[in-house]
Structure formats: C-alpha cells, structure tokens
Design a protein around this ligand. Structure first.
Ligand code: ASP
Length: 345
C-alpha cells in the first residue's frame, strides 16, 4: 500500500445512519453517499473513502441470511479495489451478522470492521462518530506495508473485538458489546493499542478469497429452563426439515438426565439432526463429561460448542450444515476453531 489506503464503507441500516428531523422529532435515514461532506472530520483521515448503501437501509432485526449474502457479495465484488471495509449495521443483531460473515469469508487478507452506534450520527451526544472514525482508522492501519487486521472484527466504544466472539449486552449504554471468552484485539485511548498476540495472522502464502455463500436456515435454539416439559422439547425436535439445534444448557454444559429428554435427543440425532451444546453462561466453556449430567450427552453424539457464543454457534451451524459432513466430521470441525471462534484446548 504505497498510496493512501482505499476504504469502502457499506451501510446496511441501523441507528448509526439516522438523523433527527428537528421539526418532527422523528429519526430518518441519512444519505450515506454524502457522508464525507456531512462529517468533515473524515477528510482528516489519511485514506480515500467510498460508500455503498443498501437500497433500503434496514433495522438489523429484519436482516436474514439473504442480506448476509448481499454483504459478502459486496465485499467479494470490491475486494481487489479496496484495502479495508467498514460495515455499518444495526447493533441489535450485529454479532450474528458479523459472526456469519467471518465464516463466509475464507482466506481473508484484509480488515473487515463492523460498527454501528447507540445514538444516531446526527444526534449531538452521538457515539457514532467515534465508532465510525476509529473503525476507518483501524481498517487503514498497517505494519510493514501489510494490514494489521486481516479478520472480521467488531468495533464499539473504544474496543475492537474479534466479531465471532462478541455478544450485545446492553441496550442502553454506549458499551453495548462484550467478548467474554477472548480479549479485545485493540483498545482506543490516546493511542490505538493493538494486542498483537491475540490478532489472527494471515497465512504466509497469499490465497484467493473464497466466499461461502450458502447458509442453511433450518435450525433452532432451545434454551433449557428448570421445568421444561417433554411436550415442548418434543414439538421442537419434530419441526419439519429441522437440520440443527443449539441447546443452551446450564453451566459447563449440563442438561437434565431424565430418560425422556435423552431419548428425544437420541432420536433427533438418528434422524441426522446435528445437536450442539452451548452454555447459557456468558463466560466459560462447555466441558462435556465434567459432570455426570453432560457425560451422557457426549456419549449419544451431542457436539460440544465449548466456549463459542450462541451467535457464533448459529453462524457456524448454518455454515457447516451446507458442507454435507458425517456426524464424525461435523463434530471434528465444530469442536475446533475455524475462524478463531473457539479457544484451543
Ligand atoms: N434496532 C437497531 C438495529 O439493530 C438498533 C441499532 O441500530 O443499534 O438495527
């Protein structure tokens, strides 16, 4: 990168792109093509900025996997022309979207930074400007002529996280995200400090970007709670065309060891439904076999999600289900890190 880096901002929607109409007090979408004029601070950044916007900017609650594909294809179409990408989405499902994009992009060699905000960019007290400006700066950062970040990240309120490790934890405070099982990759204060040790390193040999566009939607999350009935579990496991289940279990991966429950899981596994065990706790890991109540899960073929987040488990399940793997292969791939989403043992 001898010249100024070229950064593409992709605006999909969400609060960040809103401005307040002070006559009506309502929030309305902002024309992102004018962003450099509207935020003059951006001109001080040492890069060339271009923008692309979804035809109809949307709330992230309405973003299904077809829109994930649109984001992945936008990156693919512009991959050669740009040195880094800043993707703006609503924060509500940003961890789901960015986790999915991390699996969809294989051999990534450039920074993809997701960000958004709690207050619209046009609001006086907005967090949008800092989030956007620092995300662009991070996308521009390089060392020895190579980008420092070559993975999918999420930047919010002074912290850069590996996207597939994040969870939205607050609907009110600016610090809306956390990453309980993996440290931030960078922190922004007076200086921008990168935690080099935790940043994933691209393979030495430059490989072509591969974009995995197919995600399988036929999955469900089943959150256990004390008193859950056979009828409820049975009706979920009997959903037509169900391909995968994430069971949110207790603590280190524990579930009731009542016979009816285990029989239902066994039956689902025999029908080739993949079942993944993810903990309801925000931090820590599933360790199947640590307690008697999880040993049996392992024995009947339940896959351990280890320390993966539910958001990332959804994305990984949707991604791997398209690969036509046997239960054994599926388990091997799920239980190891593909994009840094699970810690090594
Ligand atoms: N509801 C909005 C969304 O997720 C919230 C936000 O933008 O932060 O699209």
């Amino acid at each position: 990168m001898a010249n100024k880096p070229n950064i593409l901002i992709v605006y999909t929607g969400g609060t960040i792109g809103m401005i307040k109409d002070y006559n009506t007090n309502a929030l309305k979408a902002f024309d992102f093509s004018q962003i450099v004029e509207k935020i003059p601070e951006l001109q001080q950044l040492n890069c060339n900025i271009e923008t692309i916007s979804f035809d109809e900017p949307m709330d992230s609650s309405n973003m299904n996997t077809l829109y994930y594909r649109e984001i992945a294809e936008t990156i693919e179409d512009n991959y050669k022309k740009f040195d880094g990408f800043v993707i703006l989405t609503g924060s509500d499902t940003m961890s789901y979207i960015s986790s999915a994009i991390s699996f969809m992009l294989e051999n990534l060699q450039k920074p993809i930074i997701f960000t958004g905000s709690q207050l619209p960019i046009g609001d006086l007290r907005t967090d949008a400007k800092e989030n956007l400006i620092t995300s662009i700066e991070i996308a521009c950062c390089q060392k020895n002529n190579k980008p420092i970040i070559t993975e999918v990240c999420l930047y919010f309120e002074y912290k850069l996280y590996r996207a597939n490790r994040t969870t939205k934890i607050n609907a009110e405070q600016f610090e809306a995200f956390t990453s309980m099982n993996y440290p931030p990759l960078a922190e922004s204060g007076v200086n921008l400090n990168f935690n080099q040790y935790y940043i994933s390193k691209p393979s030495a040999k430059e490989k072509e970007l591969v974009v995995r566009k197919e995600l399988v939607n036929g999955i469900v999350i089943l959150k256990l709670f004390p008193g859950i009935t056979k009828k409820v579990v049975q009706s979920i496991l009997n959903i037509d065309d169900l391909k995968g289940i994430i069971i949110e279990t207790y603590g280190a991966g524990n579930a009731p060891n009542e016979l009816w429950f285990l029989e239902l899981l066994k039956k689902a596994i025999s029908k080739n439904i993949r079942i993944v065990n993810v903990t309801q706790c925000s931090g820590g890991s599933v360790v199947q076999g640590h307690y008697e109540t999880s040993l049996i899960l392992k024995e009947i073929g339940v896959i351990s999600g280890r320390d993966i987040t539910t958001e990332s488990a959804v994305a990984k399940l949707m991604y791997l289900l398209n690969e036509n793997l046997s239960l054994k292969e599926f388990t091997t791939y799920f239980e190891k890190s593909i994009r840094g989403e699970i810690s090594n043992e």
